[in-house]
Design a binder for this molecule. Sequence first.
Ligand SMILES: Cc1cc2nc3c(=O)[nH]c(=O)nc-3n(C[C@H](O)[C@H](O)[C@H](O)COP(=O)(O)OP(=O)(O)OC[C@H]3O[C@@H](n4cnc5c(N)ncnc54)[C@H](O)[C@@H]3O)c2cc1C
Length: 453
Amino acid sequence: MSQTVPPNLVSRTWSHPAEPPKAIPDAADIVIIGGGIIGISTAWFLARQGIDVVVCEKGHIAGEQSGRNWGWVRQQGRDSREMPMIVESLRIWRQLGEAIGEDVGFREQGILYLIDNDTQFERFAAWVKAVEHYNIGSRLIDARELGGLVQGTTARWLGALYTASDGRAEPHKATPALARAAAREGAAIFTACAVRGIESSAGRVSAVVTEHGTISTSTVLCAGGAWTSMFCRSLGIRVPQLRVRGTVARTAPSNRVVCNGNMIEGRLALRRRLDGGYTLAHGTTLEHPITPSTIRFGPKFIPALRMERRNLRLSLGRAFVDEWNTPKRWSLDEQSPFEKCRVLDPRPNRRILRQIREHTDVLFPELAGVPIVESWAGTIEMTPDVIPVIDQAEALPGFFIATGFSGHGFGIGPGAGKAIAGLLTGDGSGIDLREFRLGRFFDGTPIRPQTSV
Ligand SMILES: Cc1cc2nc3c(=O)[nH]c(=O)nc-3n(C[C@H](O)[C@H](O)[C@H](O)COP(=O)(O)OP(=O)(O)OC[C@H]3O[C@@H](n4cnc5c(N)ncnc54)[C@H](O)[C@@H]3O)c2cc1C
């Protein structure tokens, strides 16, 4: 029998307090702002080279996007500009558990985009052709082959776009495990340690000011996820970025296997979890709470909004007032906005949760008896062309930015970490980062999103 979602079921996974540091160092080679998968992967690559790196996280490791995502590690459907980095990232994921001595739940179980019309078929066929030279094995499969990969369903699809070399991993495990590995290699990682701002001397970075004191450094990476635009604005650096909210749920462990990897169609997205349960989400709906940033950056986001017009629900409410009331600059010896909100923990949308339950039960009747035991929401951040910014700020030498990973940053995280570490040291990584320049939004380069959030 079909079950409803208990109305008060909201995640408690992120409610525990983080441990503040007893002391912080006076100086470091590199300071990273943000303990998500981007900041932590970068720290891991740097520490392995013997570089003295410090990570400051205002809440706890993976408390925001990196611990709340669906757990898809995918090359499939990527923007062509991200392909070299995601292919490298998959290579790293395959060896990650062994390299750090912990199971992060990575399993190469493939990803399926289910097809129910000819337009989708043509779009996916064009994508397969465009990425052929990466040899990742993406291909279109028919309904018969699909039947071996998705079982117990009432639906009939024409086929699917399938990449067997894609995978899944556990978001609540991966970044904390990488953080422990980075610490073993010598990185200093501090939680409950908000960075309030940057000091400069002779026109370049000279120190990072945290709520617990100042760290002298010549190099800073801002990997602050959804907070990056606001942090950069306080330094006079413009980073166009908007937020969207995604609602997610997970079921109790189950021995009913309807799909062992990841699958998505219009109504439902599903990932098999390491514990045997499923992480579930709506297949298309995302929400954008309108804020002053929507108006400020709106014109640059028109191509992305046009592309997402069927999937995006706009709302006007509390988020507008909250952003309006947040100061744009603050004194570095006073509490900053980053200490006032340790963890972005939006409420899941109950209507979407009900739809997730209904769609699961209709598509997979075998799962109707498997209860949803947790639900949560996450704030995804995106740039106008839905690919990241990875660059040094022209206006402030020594200040680097890595943000805007959109709904695809978990999978690409280790590859991005390697690339960013190469950028920070100046040694390079073999991954070309020119497409990720911040300046592309201001120098007349056409803004062309290729994929959705
Ligand atoms: C619902 C949802 C589903 C998703 N699904 C997928 C998926 O299946 N696959 C995929 O690849 N990606 C997915 N993503 C996207 C992915 O999670 C993100 O792109 C990725 O985690 C971004 O990592 P990050 O390190 O840049 O940001 P975050 O994980 O958000 O980390 C940034 C950190 O910086 C900290 N911070 C900010 N400002 C300061 C400051 N001033 N001082 C100290 N600390 C600060 C924050 O507290 C935060 O912890 C999803 C995201 C969501 C929300």
